[in-house]
Design a protein around this ligand. Structure first.
Ligand SMILES: [Zn+2]
Length: 93
């Protein structure tokens, strides 16, 4: 003996038919949404894309300026982006 809710829901052919059509529409909509998400490669299915961009880009010297820095203490030539001498650690102005 089905419960009263199911009995009233399935009491007539029209209500059973409506329930079937509703479930079918629900399933079709879900399938379409899944296919659409797959086609668009949305975030639901897309794998995490590793970023190969460097985390830090050294500053580019402006045009017309020196591209190296000479240490005032040990005369070592350092890169332009260096803030300290690579040999003695003296701050480069
Ligand atoms: Zn130095």
């Amino acid at each position: 003996m089905p419960p009263q809710f199911c009995a009233s829901l399935l009491s007539s052919v029209s209500s059973y038919h409506a329930l079937t059509v509703g479930m079918a529409i629900f399933g079709v909509v879900g399938l379409v949404l899944t296919i659409a998400a797959l086609a668009m490669k949305g975030p639901l299915f897309a794998a995490a894309v590793p970023s190969f961009a460097p985390m830090y880009m050294p500053p580019v010297p402006p045009a017309g300026t020196v591209t190296s820095r000479t240490c005032p203490k040990c005369e070592r030539t350092n890169r332009w982006a260096d803030r300290f001498c690579s040999a003695c650690g003296t701050p480069l102005s």
